[in-house]
Design a protein around this ligand. Structure first.
Ligand code: SF4
Length: 212
């Protein structure tokens, strides 16, 4: 059984799956408290559902893309087997995780979007170093940039861990805190290899805004 905050159908706003119609399965609960969190409503509220009922709900929508999000989806152990079952059914599954939980049990077919929390999040020390071993083509490391200090910190982190060479590195401006044009210019002027990512779902119609 998994405690679910909501299941909804919308346009994927982030990652290399951006733009695809996607079913979002948002789990309840998070172990972090980022200062910019826009899904505080998912910290506690939700209803307990069986995996079978979650899959039935997913199957109501005309897409093969499913995104597990939160809260922190990897806090609940049955999420791992749910993702495996969705892959077995032919879904393209991605998971948005805060980077604070070891991703080892995640099925290798699942695209992992691993947040690396910057100083501006207030949760800088939450990253589990073991997750660096998933720096490959099926994983994306995301940094939400809140300030110039965050940009410098993210560049240093990505360069010292060789992330630019090994995997996808996404820089996302903290919504309403950092101007996306400033970040675009910064990436160019600093010769960064990061990919700029604006949170598309914040700019288009969407049934919900999303965090993580
Ligand atoms: S932004 Fe994500 S990781 Fe941070 S507190 Fe909110 S749900 Fe948790």
């Amino acid at each position: 059984m998994i405690k679910i905050n909501e299941i909804f159908y919308s346009i994927q706003g982030e990652s290399s799956y951006v733009g695809y119609p996607t079913v979002f399965v948002r789990t309840s609960g998070c172990n972090l408290r980022c200062g910019y969190c826009d899904t505080t409503y998912a910290y506690y509220s939700g209803q307990v559902m069986s995996k079978e009922d979650i899959i039935k709900e997913v199957q109501k929508h005309p897409t093969k893309y499913v995104c597990m999000t939160g809260g922190e989806p990897l806090l609940q152990k049955e999420v791992f087997s749910l993702m495996k079952e969705l892959c077995d059914l032919g879904y393209k599954v991605s998971v948005e995780t805060s980077g604070s939980i070891d991703c080892t049990p995640v099925d290798e077919r699942v695209k992992k979007i691993i947040d690396v929390k910057t100083p501006g999040s207030g949760e800088k020390d939450s990253f589990v170093e073991a997750n660096l071993r998933f720096a490959d083509v099926n994983t994306e490391f995301k940094f939400v940039i809140c300030s110039e200090e965050d940009f410098t910190w993210a560049e240093n982190f990505a360069r010292t861990k060789n992330l630019f060479e090994r995997t996808n590195v996404l820089y996302s401006p903290a919504f309403r805190r950092v101007d996306e044009n400033w970040l675009a210019k910064k990436i160019l002027s600093e010769s960064s290899s990061a990919r700029l990512q604006v949170q598309l779902h914040k700019y288009i119609w969407s049934p919900h805004s999303r965090g993580v």
